[in-house]
Every structure is written in structure tokens, then in C-alpha cells.
Design a protein around this ligand. Structure first.
Ligand code: PGA
Length: 253
């Protein structure tokens, strides 16, 4: 059975005090996670250790980094390596968020390296893909996402790809309040799964969790997550409000 995941992406938000309060409220809320359901919190680097202590041994709740460097170590001032993340027991890392691609010019090739570095250290990459508005309007979103998957993930073997979580995030739906419809999400998720199936085989593709991201809220999570190829969500804005995110976790199937 595929993992169902509600992943919070705090981005560059929350002071330590605000973040601690938010996480405490969620960890302390009435949430029943079954064996295949997970809640993951991608918090800013300075809070990783303390947030990990906060979730403690709460079952199926984990802390994630929002980024890592594509090299293991060296003269890269200001950067954070997967070796560092592994040394503080972080098991998940968001890779290739569209904001990283847009503002920090991360390329598919660099992201392939980041995926490799994560897997080398036993960290699950949450690999983000998704098209900008102009591509959606031109109707070429399937090809666009295929190229992202091809150039960043197709060098992996069948065993390694099953350690990757994919997040489909149409850029036009991120932070805009304009969610893809459940049908649009399902269509793209089915496309991604068929691309994975062609490359790695049907059984492998069936094991890979594909999350939807882009204006997921408490009110729409259930409908989106109920789609057969949608295995949860990567959530920005609504993950900053404890009651919203608890509702989103509880909408996992
Ligand atoms: P949003 O962000 O939920 O605020 O649209 C999603 C994301 O960027 O991961």
C-alpha cells in the first residue's frame, strides 16, 4: 500500500516561538494516523533539531528540510548538506520546489544530483515538479512534467525510485488560492504514474507516492486526496494554521 502523506511546507515563515507553538498545537491535536499515513513538516533549517524533538517519537510524524546542496561538503558558504541533515536524524528533504527553481535557478541536472545525495544518506527526497501557467494554457503540461521527471529521476534504478516521493505542484496554483480541480490533479497524477510505469514498470510505479500541492486547504483536501492517484498533499499557506493543517492530515485516505 502506498504511503499517504500530508506534508507542511512552512517556507520562510514563522519565528522560533511561532513555529514551536504551531507544531505543538498540531502534535497535540486529535489525529489518528494509520500505518500508511504520515504527517511531515518541512521547517526552516534553524528549527530542524528542535522541531524533531517536538515530534519526538510520535508515530508517523517526521521533520523535513526544505532544501539541501547537491554536493556532499566543501567550500559552499551558507549551504547545508545532506550529510549534516542525516547527522541530526532528518529523514526527508524537499527537492526542487518551484520557488527554488525560479528564484535560485535550480536546474533539472542539479536536482538529479540532490536526489542522489539524499538517497546516499537515506533521506527521502520529496521531489517537486509542475508547470507554469503559460505551459498549462498551451496545453503542453504533460510533456513539460515528463521532461522534469526524465532529467532528474530517470537515472535511478527501480529500487531507488521507490524511495522518492513526488509532489506535483502546478505553479499557477501555488499560493494563488487557485487550486487545480480534483480532475486536473488526477489527470496529471495518472500521467506521472504512467510515465513512471513506462520507465520502471507498473509494479514500481504503483508503489510511489505522488502528492498534490497548490492551494490545498482544509476545505478542499478531502476531495483532492480522494482521487485514485493522489496520495496526499504538499501544503504551504494552510500549513501555517494549526486547525487547517490538522483538517488536512485528517483528510488523508
Ligand atoms: P500553497 O503552497 O499551499 O501555499 O499553495 C504549496 C507549496 O508551495 O508547496
Amino acid at each position: 500500500m502506498r504511503k499517504q502523506i500530508a506534508a507542511a511546507n512552512w517556507k520562510m515563515n514563522n519565528t522560533l516561538e511561532e513555529g514551536t507553538k504551531l507544531l505543538n498545537e498540531i502534535v497535540g491535536a486529535d489525529i489518528q494516523l494509520s500505518d500508511n499515513q504520515f504527517a511531515i513538516f518541512a521547517v526552516p533549517f534553524p528549527y530542524l533539531i528542535i522541531a524533531d524533538q517536538q515530534v519526538g517519537d510520535k508515530s508517523n510524524m517526521f521533520i523535513a528540510a526544505q532544501n539541501c546542496h547537491n554536493k556532499m561538503a566543501g567550500a559552499y558558504t551558507g549551504e547545508v548538506s545532506v550529510d549534516m541533515l542525516a547527522s541530526i536524524h532528518i529523514h526527508y528533504c524537499v527537492v526542487g520546489h518551484s520557488e527554488r527553481r525560479e528564484y535560485f535557478l535550480e536546474t533539472n541536472q542539479q536536482l538529479a544530483e540532490k536526489v542522489d545525495r539524499c538517497l546516499e544518506k537515506g533521506i527521502t527526497p520529496i521531489f517537486c515538479c509542475g508547470e507554469p501557467l503559460a505551459i498549462r494554457e498551451a496545453g503542453t503540461q504533460n510533456d513539460y512534467v515528463s521532461v522534469q521527471l526524465n532529467e532528474s529521476l530517470f537515472h535511478l534504478d527501480a529500487e531507488a525510485i521507490q524511495k522518492v516521493v513526488i509532489a506535483y505542484e502546478p505553479i499557477w496554483a501555488i499560493g494563488t488560492g487557485k487550486t487545480a480541480t480534483a480532475t486536473q490533479a488526477q489527470e496529471m497524477h495518472a500521467h506521472i504514474r504512467s510515465v513512471l510505469s513506462n520507465q520502471f514498470g507498473e509494479g514500481v510505479a504503483a508503489n510511489i507516492s505522488i502528492l498534490y500541492g497548490g492551494s490545498v486547504k482544509g476545505a478542499n483536501a478531502k476531495e483532492i486526496f480522494s482521487q485514485p492517484d493522489v496520495d496526499g498533499g504538499l501544503v504551504g499557506g494552510a500549513s501555517l494554521i494549526s486547525s487547517e493543517f490538522v483538517q488536512i492530515i485528517n483528510a488523508l485516505k
